[in-house]
Ligand binder design. Structure first.
Ligand SMILES: [Fe+2]
Length: 296
């Protein structure tokens, strides 16, 4: 049984509301005390993933925070094998959507989501198009390289320590967002670390019981401490957060036509028009690019 939502996550509501989806903001929690996050329970959970490769990812550590995300090799180990070998070298195990494997995680996800929606002041008519959680188990001294994700995230440290370097979304240049969203991708925005504005960086030295909210498109890189680290995160997208992506996609084309486009949020009427056109254009473009790739 999971405690009440108010006990699960604590943050100053006014601070959260101001920071929501534009500035990373820390909170306290006690997920690390729940039985389902204890090492034996996690080992049992990992065994359930063996035959479902789409639901897990096992990879090496990146050599540096600036390494390109997909240059880091994936490993062929199954999650429970990787967990057993975690002490032997830097590697990372990602268990996707534990809510599909264990009722406790399903209940936890819905309670936490209810809490953060209340904190942001309700959904105000926005519709949820995706809501899911993940568990990250990393060996000591592992690095996750710099990237951003097109989703609203809440991140909880469960075991060990993590140094989480996260920038405000404004650290990603408009053209970079346009190039990412025009491809219709749903994960891993690749940007370089070296040219970011350091004044937009927040560093969270996470320990069990601490966590933070990561806005959509906030780029980040992460390093574990001297021991194994376990983290939990849940992400969601709404029809409005998806539309934001389509507006950047439209701006990609406008910029090519020599227009200096307006950022999402500047003009609701223009936003709406761009978003509906791109609902058609982005999937078509994806299909064309895929076919061209196949033809090569
Ligand atoms: Fe990420």
């Amino acid at each position: 049984m999971i405690p009440s939502v108010d006990a699960l996550l604590t943050v100053d509501p006014a601070v959260y509301k101001t920071a929501f989806n534009n500035t990373p903001v820390s909170f306290k929690h006690y997920l690390h005390q729940l039985p389902m996050f204890q090492p034996d329970a996690l080992a049992e959970l990992a065994k359930k993933y063996g035959e479902r490769p789409a639901d897990y990812y096992v990879s090496n550590s990146a050599p540096t925070p600036g390494t390109r995300f997909f240059d880091v090799k994936a490993k062929t180990l199954k999650p429970h094998e990787a967990l057993a070998q975690l002490a032997t070298g830097p590697m990372r195990v990602l268990l996707k959507r534990p809510e599909n494997y264990h009722a406790g995680f399903r209940e936890l996800l819905h309670k936490l989501f209810e809490k953060v929606v209340e904190l942001r002041g309700g959904l105000n008519g926005e519709k949820i198009v995706r809501l899911e959680s993940a568990i990250f188990v990393s060996a000591a001294s592992s690095t996750t390289p710099f990237h951003f994700d097109p989703e609203i995230n809440h991140f909880f440290q469960i075991e060990g320590g993590k140094h989480y370097h996260v920038y405000r979304p404004s650290a990603v240049r408009e053209v970079e967002l346009e190039d990412f969203y025009v491809e219709g991708k749903i994960e891993i925005g690749q940007v370089d670390l070296a040219t970011r504005d350091k004044s937009l960086e927040h560093i969270f030295d996470l320990v069990p019981g601490s966590g933070f909210h990561q806005p959509q498109d906030a780029p980040h890189w992460v390093q574990t401490g001297a021991e194994r680290s376990v983290s939990y995160a849940f992400v969601y997208e709404t029809d409005a957060s998806r539309a934001r992506g389509r507006i950047f996609a439209a701006n990609h084309y406008l910029r090519k036509l020599g227009v200096n486009p307006q950022q999402p949020g500047t003009n609701p009427g223009t936003d709406k028009a761009k978003s509906s056109v791109m609902k058609v254009v982005v999937p078509v473009r994806r299909r064309i690019v895929r076919n061209l790739d196949r033809g090569r």
